[in-house]
Design a protein around this ligand. Sequence first.
Ligand code: PMP
Length: 434
Amino acid sequence: MSTTASAFTPSVSAQRADGQAIGYLMQQGIENADCLSLAAGFVDPETLPTALVDKTASRLLSDSETGKLALQYGTTGGSDRVRAVFRDYLARLEGDEDRVHNVPLDQIMLTTGSQQLLALLTEAIFNEGDICLVAAPTYFVYLGVLDGVGAQVIPVKTDDNGMCPDALDAELRRIDELGQLHKVKLVYVVSYHDNPAGISVSNDRRPKLLEVTKRWSQDHPIYLLEDAAYRELHYDGEELPSIWSFDTGYDSGDQQHVVLSQTFSKSFSPGLRVGLSVLPPELVKPISDLKGNQDFGSGHLSQNIVAEVLRTGEYWDHLAGLRTSYRAKRDAMVAAAEEFFSGIDGVTWRTPAGGLYVWMSLPEHIPTGFDSPLFARATEVDKVMYVPGELCYPSGWEDRPRHQMRLSYGVLAAAGIREGMRRLASAVRAVIDS
Ligand code: PMP
């Protein structure tokens, strides 16, 4: 008997992945290809290091020894030779050589972008119904990953200084009073210039968030996932220490709580898909086991290319140029916000000190979602795309704000950013006046 395609039922995991914001957003991007995109979180194509990657790959491949190594499998978490270079890089970033060099190489894991690490970690620690506390708003693609494992996602009050430690404490107390503390597995924070709101966790809150997480780790460790994806896209103000740097477990050998996740996607090239993480020791095996089932190692050539530009120092020159370029584009977006939105009552935005995003709030009665009059007007008439802010809150949260937007200055050049903002302001005015 033959079966038809319609008889196919996707697995529960696949069904949970269906309808996730990222898929929908990508689809909207395709359908609205004629729009200027303030939506895409992509990096600026003009800044991609094509010549440097070309030169580096040629050098690696023209030497038969390094070429053969790079084209061979590595190991699941990355070969020791390459990991050692990444550890040196982290030591420079952290500014504490001894502390970083004390981390055993196997606790340093290389993944296919940092997204793979987020997904593997989540799969490794969550059972259905377990709880993750997240900043609100937060990185919407990670919300999809949490939905994928059937996690309960609880938003924690977040302000201009990042997630509020007192609010985190209060949530954990409330969960404890409900007898549910055993279900709490993770606190998730994008610690630098976050996606979507451009907020960094302030200096004083960094150790406090960790301290609260540790205090409620009573019968089992609650981990703090520090997603530092935008750490190096820093344009002005003080450079902040990582939350990881406050995790004394890494110095004393006691329980370690922070998983530090970094990526070379924003600071170098997303196409190479190189993510770097530091894991507490007991997470190494389960995450490697899961990764082994997927790919038993990420692209070894990519890892070798990034390791090589780290080794030569060319990476840092590239980064300096990138910062200058993005700073100018950030300024262009903020200037355009002033120019076009300052006359509209109830519109506010935040100037980020780094990253790729400006977070804008409209009057509360103006929803921004895919099904809102504003989204229709912006994409159909004014020809501009943005990310609706409501995607960045847990989908099950009834009271989530619906009047915000994530605007990215990543892809467009300064003139396109200004034009995109002009169009968006025109759409907002039209909807407010209607
Ligand atoms: N974390 C955050 C906060 C991000 O914005 C992104 C990319 N948009 C990622 C992780 C994953 O990026 P990648 O897999 O390219 O490292």
